[in-house]
Design a protein around this ligand. Sequence first.
Ligand SMILES: Cc1cc2nc3c(=O)[nH]c(=O)nc-3n(C[C@H](O)[C@H](O)[C@H](O)COP(=O)(O)O)c2cc1C
Length: 196
Amino acid sequence: MAIRKHENPITLFHEWFEEAKTCGLREPTAVCLSTADATGMPSSRMILYKKADDRGFVFYTNLGSQKVQDLRDNPRAALCFYWMPLGKQVRIEGSVESVSDEEADAYFASRDRQSQIGAWASKQSQPLEGYFDLERRAAEYAIKFGISKVPRPSFWSGYRIIPNRMEFWLEKPFRLHERLNYTRTEQGWTARWLFP
Ligand SMILES: Cc1cc2nc3c(=O)[nH]c(=O)nc-3n(C[C@H](O)[C@H](O)[C@H](O)COP(=O)(O)O)c2cc1C
């Protein structure tokens, strides 16, 4: 097994992600997102990756969260996937932009109703009295929306990470791993192999 080099790293990402979906992982879309605040202090947390195309990698979150404050102060981020059964890691770094309201609305509408209500109930990253506080808010919003359509909260949307660097790492015996690193230039993507 070897890394199959493509001109476009997004093509290679899709190829690996298709494998990740069938390798037995419960959540192959789980990925570590790193941001940094205005002082440069980094922080990382898991998120769920939703889609990737030539424009970048999309995830959704609460706009009142710490990570969004970081992205407002410093609109750059990194993602790191690790699919253990495959021995594969993908690293992505770049600048971020908000997704359009239409795109966020369409994705929100596709979520299950309980998750839609959960988005309304959570004041993500804010302190709460206790877990019951969240359950009470979820119950209140469930009553408020009844059987009507749950609209997307204005404080919930998505970000797109526009990659300028991507790296593919494949586990090999005796730590002789393969690393293929892509950098975006004005002419397009440049790929080079790095020592592991
Ligand atoms: C597997 C997994 C998936 C998660 N997916 C998301 C997600 O898609 N969006 C999100 O805002 N938080 C997600 N979270 C919660 C975040 O890890 C984090 O707790 C939350 O976003 C608050 O982070 P912040 O205070 O740094 O903004 C997920 C957590 C786990 C463990």
